[in-house]
Design a protein around this ligand. Structure first.
Ligand SMILES: Nc1ncnc2c1ncn2[C@@H]1O[C@H](COP(=O)(O)OP(=O)(O)O)[C@@H](O)[C@H]1O
Ligand SMILES: [Mg+2]
Length: 368
């Protein structure tokens, strides 16, 4: 699959912009704060309906405007397709595929799959658990659209439960409805945990192999999916649901006291180990970057397996983050993909055969 063209209107610092891309390598270069990352963000948004940054829809609309339009034309599953995303400052976005407006966001997924590699993502190991859950959620959604649906249901129930917990403080009689929300949380929560564990099992096999290759067999990467208070690895959905139900009962009073839902996969985390040592605590910056690079390349392999097509790759400013040997390794693995890479200095990009160059300056893209 590959992106053919993109049209932007009022997207961040792009007033009106149309760009035709190469199906191989696209090099977006220019000074800082000109719109390089914004261009990658618009591709990601057009492909999967959200930003790779944790930002609100409103933030992506050009300052002072009320809406933003993105149209992305691409080739996937042997045919030409297009998605449109319209962001509004006052209401939720509208999304369409081939001109048909979608009622469920999950219908957008799986058509144009994307793997991103940004300096922010390189701190995935160091960051708080939110970043790691987000990585899982966005990755799984792209290949298992039903996951997004389950996750939305879970988040809706969680929101209701949190609201109720705050109200119970003032109206104690409301407590009798709490167990109904807990039942729903255990139902959706166990499905989410199972999806995540299956995804991790699959991605880690490849990631560990890649990590071994980059570290020249010196490092063995392993991971643990951490659930609050019980170990869900190797459990069936039914058993996870039971464990979650018991835990919700155990924390029942505590949640009322703190007026906050603290039980469930919205609190889970991933812990990475290198040669058995927790990478977040003991890993060097180099080791942590190797791990993220391995994870991302494994994600690419998994997407290829699932869809039968190479996902597109967005590489934001990686030259400052990865040394030459890691960059060379990366490029050797992504030869068959459409790649978008941003940089301030084109001299520092190797392997530029078949590349198309774009200069980006003050929200304007100029093909060179
Ligand atoms: N909603 C917005 N409206 C207008 N301009 C924006 C908006 N969001 C970000 N910008 C501008 O985009 C520029 C940053 O673009 P970015 O793509 O991050 O730059 P870089 O080329 O360094 O990657 C800044 O000048 C910033 O002011
Ligand atoms: Mg940038």
């Amino acid at each position: 699959m590959y992106v053919k063209e993109i049209y932007l209107e009022n997207f961040r610092n792009y007033k009106k912009q149309h760009v035709c891309f190469s199906k191989n390598l696209n090099i977006l270069y220019g000074n800082n704060a000109q719109g390089k990352t914004n261009m990658l963000e618009s591709i990601f948004l057009g492909a999967i309906g959200k930003s790779f940054k944790p930002v609100s829809e409103k933030e992506m609309i050009m300052f002072g405007e009320k809406f933003s339009d993105i149209r992305i034309d691409y080739f996937s599953s042997g045919r030409d397709m297009y998605n449109t995303v319209r962001l509004f400052s006052e209401k939720k976005k509208a999304v369409s595929v081939n001109g048909v407006e979608l009622t469920k966001m999950s219908e957008l997924l799986g058509k144009l799959t994307v793997v991103v590699f940004t300096p922010e993502e390189l701190s995935l190991i160091k960051d708080g658990p939110f970043a790691r859950r987000r990585f899982l959620d966005i990755s799984i959604s792209q290949i298992k659209p039903k996951y997004l649906h389950t996750l939305s249901s879970y988040n809706r129930v969680l929101e209701q439960k949190n609201k109720l917990l705050k109200e119970i403080k003032y109206t104690p009689s409301l407590e009798k409805t709490l167990s109904l929300w807990n039942e729903q949380l255990a139902l959706y929560g166990s499905k989410i945990i199972l999806y995540r564990i299956e995804f991790i099992k699959r991605i880690m096999e490849t990631a560990a192999k890649i990590h071994r290759e980059i570290s020249k067999n010196k490092e063995e990467l392993t991971v643990k999916y951490k659930t609050v208070d019980f170990s869900a690895e190797n459990m069936s959905e039914k058993n996870i649901k039971e464990a979650l139900t018991q835990l919700l009962e155990k924390n029942y009073d505590k949640e009322i006291t703190f007026a906050q839902a603290v039980t469930g996969p919205h609190r889970d985390d991933l812990i990475f180990y290198i040669n058995g040592n927790n990478s977040k605590v003991f890993g060097s910056q180099g080791q942590q970057r190797t791990t993220v690079l391995s994870l991302k390349l494994a994600q690419k392999e998994l997407f290829l397996e699932e869809t039968g097509e190479e996902p597109i790759l967005l590489l934001d400013d990686i030259t400052g983050e990865l040394d030459l040997s890691r960059r060379e390794y990366l490029f050797s693995k992504i030869k068959n993909s459409q790649v978008f890479i941003t940089c301030t200095d084109t001299d520092r990009i190797e392997n530029t055969k078949n590349a198309k160059y774009f200069n980006i300056s003050d929200g304007k893209v100029c093909e060179k």
